[in-house]
Design a protein around this ligand. Structure first.
Ligand code: MRU
Length: 348
């Protein structure tokens, strides 16, 4: 099966509706900005790099019918679109990276006609998509060198094809290792409360014929103690200048567990996930999500009293000191992170 997470088709943003997986594989065509905002908010499209693509395509969707005759009018609409999309989810750097990139391309071309700028923005959105495809392939290539025959890898959430344009980050490493004919197994944490690991990662890995076993999040420590895990690989939503990494809630606990058990813990992410403006993880805004996701779970059946107090952060920050290496499209970055990240991410 060909999995195309997000693309432009029939004059619309075409996505796989990830809230329906694994029960149903269904595409949705998004023709207006509000629907795209909603698709991002409700995780129909999700995962940091896929949100970078959604930013590019979303900006084009929001301005393609703009009637402004001059740059000032066009720019007002563009700013509104960018602010609106940016209000959907705060944590993934790629969303803002994509929006900022679209804004700066428009600004550079301010001397051109509105219809020319629209075409340029469309081309830029396509370029974001192609760049992510290339970045994930490269990253997968570097990371696959870390996978040894016979390894068992633990992962969390979904950092695969469904979270990117193609191939994935943490799972891209595994796909490349598979292409190199390495033998390995995967344990996938179910990833409460929205079950991206159970619903998406196991589905995706099975499509690719990779040996995957699903576990509940609270089983990871036992597996590590039993010597069943050789390495942990997770994706990232935002990486600060010092290497502190925001990723799906639960990632930090896996990193702590991995350190205790002497297991290497890797983060895999493209350059577009790094945010040099964040000095450390403390600067990263963590999205808080509705209580009902915890009290009713993904399948919306009561599993706790509806009125119980709930704390539901969607992401956590893993301290850079717990990360063995960060696998990127610019190579594998190792400590000391502040210097090495700066060096690896120098403009090409
Ligand atoms: O809430 P989600 O499903 O968007 O969270 C996604 C993650 O935490 C991923 O691990 C991260 O975005 C990296 S995707 C390559």
């Amino acid at each position: 099966m060909i999995i195309k997470t997000i693309q432009w088709a029939n004059n619309a943003v075409k996505i796989i509706d990830q809230t329906r997986l694994p029960a149903e594989f269904r595409h949705v065509y998004i023709r207006d900005l509000k629907c795209l905002w909603h698709a991002i908010k409700t995780l129909q499209v999700r995962g940091a790099p896929a949100l970078g693509a959604a930013a590019g395509l979303g900006v084009y969707l929001g301005i393609k019918d703009c009637k402004a005759r001059n740059f000032a009018g066009f720019s007002r609409q563009l700013d509104g679109v960018i602010r609106y999309l940016g209000s959907s989810r705060p944590t993934a750097r790629n969303l803002f990276w994509g929006l900022e990139r679209m804004a700066s391309v428009a600004a550079i071309n301010r001397g051109k006609s509105v219809s020319q700028i629209k075409k340029i923005l469309f081309a830029e959105a396509m370029e974001i998509i192609e760049e992510d495809r290339r970045a994930c392939r490269k990253l997968g290539g570097y990371g696959s060198a870390l996978i040894k025959n016979g390894d068992t890898v633990l992962t969390v959430c979904n950092a695969g094809i469904l979270a990117t344009i193609d191939y994935g980050t943490a799972l891209g490493v595994l796909y490349r290792a598979q292409e190199k004919r390495k033998r390995f197994k995967v344990f996938a944490c179910e990833t409460r409360p929205l079950l991206q690991g159970a619903r998406l990662t196991t589905w995706e890995l099975k499509q690719k014929g990779i040996d995957v076993t699903l576990i509940c999040d609270n089983m990871a420590a036992t597996l590590m103690r039993q010597g069943k895990i050789d390495k942990v690989i997770a994706g990232a939503d935002r990486i600060a200048a010092n290497g502190d990494t925001a990723n799906k809630i639960g990632t930090y606990s896996l990193a702590v567990l991995a350190r205790y058990h002497g297991i290497p813990f890797y983060i895999a992410a493209p350059a577009s996930t790094f945010d040099a403006r964040m000095k450390s993880g403390e600067d990263i805004v963590i999205e808080q999500r509705p209580a009902a996701e915890v009290t009713r779970g993904f399948f919306k059946k009561p599993i706790a009293p509806a009125n119980v107090a709930v704390y539901n952060p969607a992401f956590d920050v893993t301290d850079h000191a717990l990360i063995s290496a960060i696998i990127t499209d610019r190579g594998i970055i190792r400590p000391p992170y502040r210097q090495q990240i700066k060096k690896a991410l120098k403009p090409l």
